[in-house]
Design a protein around this ligand. Structure first.
Ligand code: PEP
Ligand code: MG
Length: 608
């Protein structure tokens, strides 16, 4: 290699074409820029008219790339080859996974009053007075400067993303964080930042990305809030249909706390972040012009037919009430049947259990029709301070009393979950480090106390205890032997207690014959199993393993074929409606899902 080439390496080029019907919009752009930023090389994206820094979300967005548009990705400098490969793979994945929101077909409308038609965001029927969005800016005392307010806003978006990361709409917060970080870094003051936001969102006006302008406003409001300039939105405390140009994602969070029955937005699209969040919240909503509606007039919002009815006749009101009652009956149907067992078309009864994370969610699970607890995540007790034996015993007892079938998992910290009062040396790869059952090698006292509390709470009840992150047979046998010693030390009879493992580390698949000799049961943890099978961190901001990959189903099949002890499943996959039929076909008979998914999971099973 010539010296010249070494010092002035040629940039690598590739041509990328947008194939998603949604265009290259904010969420994929944010993931793309986030990955680009992780490389030291200089990375640019160029169209015929413009070349921009591919690490800056706003710059990439300003290319306004729609389906069929191409751009040249150019990479120069350190690790250019690696960056190119990674970005290519990510771009392909983003394009493939970016599904277009299906247009909801309208049913014919049946009303006599004056009708305005719109585009459906989310289906339902609402009858209520109209309330036009109003807000005012309130000045609070504040000591932060722009940089500090910017940093706090980034932290806030980061934690909003982290707290929702298992959900599809978490990407909205990641996208906003990336946007804020790229715009904030080039602004020195609020005035500059506001001007920049104004300029950038003007560029999107009239393009397919128009609706993303609300994300610009949202990040501006967030920063302003930290500077003491809060935009206060007021909502009525009685039921209402909201009329608004567009809503910011942060305002939808507030709306969920009100008695809102429906939302009519004027300036958004079915793919916008507000639309995604309204759909996720199940609020019936429509895109339509709102100017003819008056404050407080009674409206019918029927988003099955995609219409708003003004001055409804009594006949109209009756018809809308019937539709609304049909919706309620439909929901009630699955809700009502939530306490009934889930039997497949062939007459096989499937157990539907709940994954719970504290006493409250265990109570909700009971209300939602759970037939047992398939996974009690015990971390909730350990978050801030080390819990006393008594605190632990009381909490376990309260949960154990709710169900006859209980599986409790011993403390599963490490990885992304730290314990403030425990010193785990910092690790380069925490998800491959001291996690789950491995922690007890260095902190046996923690396990001793937890097991002691579980034994006391269980009394004579036959519960199951499960160890997380087990990767070798010895880890299980040693931990179980430790448990027996604890029982002996406190003179407790635990002969009725069963011991098993989470199957979440791939090595277990190759050791099942040996595990069969020592464990009483298995529970498949697909969240971690997927992470370790694909070597993609489950919290990674841009890489995502395919949750429905054939690899995962093949792993589950192997487990079911080799295991001679009962197997259940408690990862997110168990509640995924696109997976249930396949899981049952493989032979699973116990699914443990989040409390909110129980009624729906049972209904899915009844159709298999
Ligand atoms: C899993 O890994 O699939 C699981 C259920 O456990 P957690 O999500 O708590 O790691
Ligand atoms: Mg796990």
């Amino acid at each position: 290699m010539s010296l010249f080439k070494h010092f002035f390496p040629k940039p690598l080029f590739t041509q990328l074409t947008v194939t998603s019907n949604n265009g290259f919009h904010l969420r994929p752009v944010a993931q793309f820029a986030s990955l680009a930023k992780s490389f030291p090389a200089q990375i640019t994206a160029a169209t015929k008219h413009k070349t921009v820094d591919a690490k800056a979300v706003n710059a990439l967005l300003s290319l306004s790339l729609e389906k069929g548009d191409s751009f040249t990705l150019s990479i120069k400098g350190k690790k250019a080859e690696e960056a190119l490969q990674s970005l290519l793979v990510l771009f392909e994945t983003l394009m493939q996974n970016d599904k277009e929101v299906k247009k909801i077909e309208k049913t014919a409308y049946i009303y006599e009053g004056s009708v305005t038609e719109g585009e459906i965001i989310s289906q339902g029927v609402a009858i209520a007075p109209a309330y036009r969005y109003s807000s005012e800016e309130v000045q609070h005392k504040n000591d932060l400067n722009f940089q500090e307010a910017h940093a706090q806003s980034i932290d806030e978006l980061e934690s909003l993303y982290a707290s929702r990361k298992e959900k599809e709409n978490a990407m909205i917060y990641l996208a906003q964080r990336e946007l804020l970080s790229s715009l904030g870094e080039i602004s020195q003051s609020l005035v500059e930042f506001e001007a920049l936001i104004e300029e950038e969102s003007r560029k999107l006006a009239g393009t397919r990305l128009d609706a993303k302008r609300s994300d610009y406003r949202d990040i501006l409001q967030r920063v302003k809030k930290h500077l003491g300039l809060e935009v206060k939105v007021t909502f009525p405390d009685t039921p209402f249909i909201l009329l608004c140009n567009d809503l910011l994602p942060s305002e939808i969070d507030m709306l969920l706390e009100t008695k809102v029955l429906g939302v009519i937005l004027k300036e958004t699209s079915v793919n916008s972040h507000s639309a995604i969040l309204l759909r996720a919240a199940g609020i019936c909503s429509l895109i339509a012009d709102t100017k003819t509606f008056k404050q407080n007039e009674i409206l019918i919002l029927d988003t099955h037919s995609g219409v708003i009815v003004q001055t409804p006749s009594s006949d109209d009101l009756q018809k809308a009430n019937v539709r609304s009652a049909q919706d309620a009956a439909q929901n009630l149907h699955s809700a009502k049947k939530r306490f009934e067992s889930a039997t497949t078309q062939k007459g096989k009864v499937i157990n539907v259990f709940a994954n719970v994370g504290d006493v409250n969610s265990a109570k909700i699970a009971k209300e939602e029709g759970a037939e047992g607890i398939g996974l009690l995540r015990s971390e909730f007790l350990f978050k801030e301070v080390k819990p006393s034996l008594e605190t632990q015993q009381n909490a376990y007892k309260e949960i154990f009393d709710l169900f006859s079938n209980i599986t409790v998992r011993t403390l599963d910290v490490g990885g992304d979950k730290a314990l403030p009062y425990i010193d785990i040396p910092s690790e380069a790869n925490p998800f491959l480090g001291i996690r789950g059952v491995r922690l007890f090698q260095t902190h046996p006292q923690l396990l001793e106390e937890q097991l002691h509390a579980i034994f006391l709470a269980a009394g004579e009840k036959s519960i199951k205890i499960m160890f997380p992150m087990v990767s070798t047979v010895e880890e299980f046998t040693e931990t179980k032997a430790f448990a027996l010693k604890v029982a002996e030390k406190y003179q407790l009879d635990i002969s009725h207690i069963l011991f098993g493992i989470m199957v979440e580390v791939p090595s277990v698949l190759f050791l099942l014959e040996k595990f069969n000799e020592v464990v009483d049961f298995y529970s498949i943890g697909t969240n971690d199993l997927t992470q370790y099978l694909f070597a993609i961190e489950r919290t990674h901001s841009s890489l995502k393993a395919d949750a429905l990959s054939p690899v995962l189903f093949s792993a589950i099949e192997t487990i079911l074929n080799k295991a001679s002890k009962p197997v259940s499943i408690c990862g997110e996959l168990a509640g995924n409606k696109d997976a249930i039929e396949r899981l049952l076909a493989l032979g699973l008979e116990t699914l443990s899902v989040s409390p909110k998914s129980i009624a729906q999971t049972k209904e899915e099973i009844r159709h298999v």
